[in-house]
Design a protein around this ligand. Structure first.
Ligand code: 6CS
Length: 350
């Protein structure tokens, strides 16, 4: 349901940004522009590190400048996505956990036990997959967005108030998920009571015990201090957090060939950097959490313990196809074929 307060605020933000963009264009030297780029995280977090690298490359190789808007400055993910669709900002980092509500096929990234775990396979997959870079990219275009890059942000772990080793432990647990419908299906199939919430409501929800669990990659559990409001970490191996950077379509289509090439080069540099940057990040974050809160428990589910969670896959697959029809089925088939191709290329069972 649309919240009129939020819509009014979003419209005001859009108008202000559009006006400042126009002023910058008028005042700046010929062809130089300030490009606005919103992210869902802080500058020091993975999306911020990628965005900073992108900005550095653009600024070192052109007269353009990039202004990064971290989480909280322009609203939640749904708000910044809308701003990018309207052209009030030029770039947005928005994750399928939210954008899956806009482009249902993107929910393929949220299906449990479908993405490989091997980081090398993942790094190859996001870069080379025709399903991502051609088929899903086309679906972005239909939403006035041009897909620039998708990249992984690390294995998702559950953090909860009570220990979790089986779906029975999730019974009665209100578990916060990002707002895309397939995540609700997944966590309900895992035995929990899935509770979709924007990111900004998660910490307080846990603090007030309105929710008792959430999932996120380890670096984010540490940087956002999720460990202060939950007591147990569980590695279930069911997913990797995926994010996506997109540009406003009319803006991108209107760029010169030279600027389009510049954007591609900047994205390639940022992609390579962020893949490398994340090596060891999970272990570092875990060590910091254990130092800050020695009582935090860490459980890595065995294959046997994962089995009942894996069973959810069939149910979630059916739901995915029900929600997305033939188009989603084709995306899922292509997705799995591309993963297999990356596994063969990288030479791993991943
Ligand atoms: O759980 C979330 O909503 C957030 N998680 C990450 C890793 N990045 C941004 C997103 O909003």
């Amino acid at each position: 349901m649309t919240n009129p307060m939020k819509t009014r605020r979003r419209n005001l933000v859009a108008k202000t940004l559009a006006a400042t963009t126009a002023l910058t264009l008028l005042a700046g030297p010929a062809f130089a522009a300030e490009w606005k780029y919103a992210i869902e995280e802080a500058l020091e977090e993975v999306q911020g590190v990628y965005a900073t690298k992108f900005k550095e490359h653009i600024e070192a190789n052109s007269d353009h400048t990039v202004a990064i808007f971290p989480f909280g400055t322009l609203g939640e993910s749904a708000d910044t996505t809308e701003l990018a669709q309207m052209g009030a900002i030029q770039f947005v980092d928005a994750s399928p956990g939210f954008t899956g509500s806009l482009i249902p096929e993107l929910q393929v990234f949220l299906m449990p036990y479908v993405l490989p775990e091997d980081p090398d396979v993942l790094a190859d997959f996001y870069k080379t997959s025709p399903t991502i870079n051609e088929d899903l990219a086309e679906l972005y275009e239909a939403q006035s967005l041009h897909l620039i890059d998708m990249f992984p942000e690390g294995e998702v772990v559950m953090t909860t108030k009570e220990p979790v080793t089986s779906p029975a432990d999730l019974e009665g647990v209100k578990f916060r998920v990002m707002t895309t419908p397939l995540l609700v299906e997944t966590y309900n199939a895992f035995g929990a009571t899935a509770t979709p919430l924007p990111w900004g409501e998660t910490f307080s929800g846990l603090q007030l015990n309105m929710i008792q669990g959430q999932e996120n990659p380890m670096f984010f559990v540490e940087s956002t201090k999720m460990y202060e409001v939950t007591d147990h970490i569980t590695f279930t191996g069911h997913n990797t957090f995926t994010t996506a950077v997109a540009a406003n379509k009319s803006f991108y289509d209107g760029l010169s060939d030279e600027d389009k090439a510049l954007v591609t080069e900047a994205a390639d540099a940022a992609y390579d950097y962020i893949i490398d940057y994340q090596k060891g990040l999970e272990d570092e974050a875990l060590a910091k959490i254990q130092e800050a809160k020695p009582s935090m428990t860490v459980t890595r589910l065995t294959d046997e313990q994962r089995e009942p969670f894996r069973k959810a896959d069939e149910q979630v697959r059916e739901k995915f196809v029900e929600m997305t029809g033939d188009s989603g089925k084709a995306v899922l088939d292509g997705f799995e074929a591309d993963i297999k191709a990356s596994q063969e290329r990288v030479g791993s069972g991943g």
